[in-house]
Design a protein around this ligand. Sequence first.
Ligand code: NCD
Ligand code: ZN
Length: 363
Amino acid sequence: MKGTKVPQKISIIKPDDWHLHLREGDILKKVLKYSAKNFSRALIMPNLKKPILTYVQAEKYRREILKYLPKGSKFNPLMTLYLTEKTNPKDIKSLKVNELISAIKYYPSGATTNSTYGVKNFEKVMPVMEQMAKFNIPLCIHGELPGENYDIFDREKIFIEKVLDKIRSRLPDLKITLEHITTSEAINYVKSTKKNLGATITVHHLMINRNHIFDRGIRPHYFCLPIAKRKSHQKDLIQTATSGDRRFFLGTDSAPHLSSKKESDCGCAGIFSTPYAVPFLAEIFDKKNKLPNLEKFVSLNGARHYNVKVNVERLNLIKKNEPVRLKNWIRAENDKIVFFGSEFKLYWTTEREKNAKKISREN
Ligand code: NCD
Ligand code: ZN
């Protein structure tokens, strides 16, 4: 029949988000359901105002997250610890035994939101990282070298040269995730390695480049760290994410902030992308004719890197004939949190499991 296209439906293993900021209190309460809807698991970042430094703090934080989950949700928050120059190498062995901690997070001090407790000199954390290599605990790295000597657009490249490469040559057995990569240099570095190095890519770095931040005015909701780079880097990121290469996988780095903190004379870094992250990825893979690789990027490659089982739950994605109406923001702490993506066209949606089952039976 003329003009009546049947919506396209695909079913994939329910995704994992290998880099997520959930915050705490009211923000956590408001944002968590969006992760639970489209993701089975997420690696939860420890950069709270009071960072998660110990096993006991991580256990308590995980309990708080579970308390706010929607009824019946099987969402599994995987916990991380915040690495500081005071972290005791002797504590690492026991972390392996009780399995609560999936990774330890390396923030170069001053590189991003709540990173002041992070690492100034990597030599100081070598003994901890040695133990992590020995006991097989992965290290997640925010790969930027901060400071006024380094241009903000070069900080990722410089970190790789001055820090990451040195850590890797001294500890080849340490499993590392280079997080939220934004440059062709990072892609090439990861591709040049054979084992123990993977990288996460965010949805927003696939959708925006640095011009979007200054499009007819300054756009605080496109400001995140690492900052979006030139369009050529964005193109390389899209090519890499959609290629299916097992070293690259999704970590949204979804980082909710109150609008009043972002729309300010010193607006903070972070983009809240969870609600439409998976549908936008379907859009990107679809446009590149790479939908068959979507499941690798969102559900398989990360599980393989972290050496965990792939999820059992599934998620259905549906392509509508008309663009989907996108929500702009939600209320939190008497303020609002703005969603990433509402200016972009989106034809894909996800279906909750109940409906998803119905759809697969109809097929
Ligand atoms: C993150 C945050 O707000 O916690 N911000 C960001 O711009 N990505 C921290 C981080 O991962 O850099
Ligand atoms: Zn982050």
